[in-house]
Write a protein that binds this ligand. Sequence first.
Ligand code: FAD
Length: 345
Amino acid sequence: MNRSNPQKKTDVDLTSFNTLGVSAVANNFVDVECPKDLYELYEGGFFEHDCPFVLGGGSNILFLENPAQPILKVSIKGKDIIEDSSGRLKVKIGAGENWHEFVTWAVKNNYGSVENLALIPGTVGAAPIQNIGAYGVELDEVFDSLELFDMRDGIFKTFQKEECRFGYRDSIFKKALKRVVVVTRVTLNLTTENHQIEDSYKSLQSYLSEKRITEPSIKDIYEAVIDIRRSKLPDPNLIGNAGSFFKNPIINRKQFEELHKRYDEMPFYELNSEEIKIPAAWLIEKTGWKGKRIGDVGTYKNQALVIVNHGNATGSEIFSFSKKIQHSVFEEFGIELVPEVNIVE
Ligand SMILES: Cc1cc2nc3c(=O)[nH]c(=O)nc-3n(C[C@H](O)[C@H](O)[C@H](O)COP(=O)(O)OP(=O)(O)OC[C@H]3O[C@@H](n4cnc5c(N)ncnc54)[C@H](O)[C@@H]3O)c2cc1C
């Protein structure tokens, strides 16, 4: 907390700062290691013209070209247990901590509730931005509050769960407060006993029954999720990708019923009486894009929803590939696929 004068750098190669492995250069780059750095930057006029782009682990972004705005990398570390009683644990985590390392720490200490979110790449600070989710659990279920720095007025603020307006891969930080705040710390509620095991997800159930695990512990779930993810998703260290490129679209019942008449095999998940979620991967696969490749850009052979960089694809090549997929899906189904990945211009 005593460091001062955060160092600004120029001409920083961003290739290793994004898991798609797209090459881009930042003319103005600053690495923030403690919240106090943000205030110093504010006092020095860093936020006066254009809010910088806030970067975590770069696992959910696509640089279209060299970013026009400054890049602010969040490396705030630390983990503090602020409450531990009656089977509940409140822990405050620095936004720059690695998410999966945090989950591993939790499981090793027998703290439950985040085990289904194992192996999601990225930082703790980015987790609330899109309300990360996997295998039947979303971050908002364990979320307590967060601390942020508002780049517009230079004030540190605390946001409680309701104020974050979490939704499916969504929050206020993707809407009204898009790109104007820096999350500095996140507080989560974990369990220390009587853990609520979430094993209803189909692939998780099959995995557990194959291993003959009838009463899974949080460690069993953690290990199962890791194994399943490794078998399905490409490792960004081996092949550039940003996970699911698009969100699963949610359509209304009328549109669903019309589509279901044409495609009775179409998988779906009813959210409520009016809204139905359709797996984007199925739509992409059905339009023939699974495993397709144009130059160095393609969809992953085992999962059509993941766009991969086979080598030296540029940001704009990946973007134009994604547009082609959106076009095909819209032509065939009348459904607009919305990118989950954040496009940085
Ligand atoms: C192989 C793979 C699998 C994935 N699987 C899943 C999955 O199962 N579920 C899921 O939900 N996601 C998944 N993702 C997406 C990604 O891991 C998450 O979105 C993650 O939270 C991004 O973290 P990051 O630190 O890399 O954020 P970045 O990519 O750096 O940034 C993402 C967005 O958050 C903003 N941001 C980052 N840090 C901060 C901060 N401290 N304050 C304010 N804004 C910030 C950025 O400006 C940007 O808009 C996957 C990605 C990959 C590559």
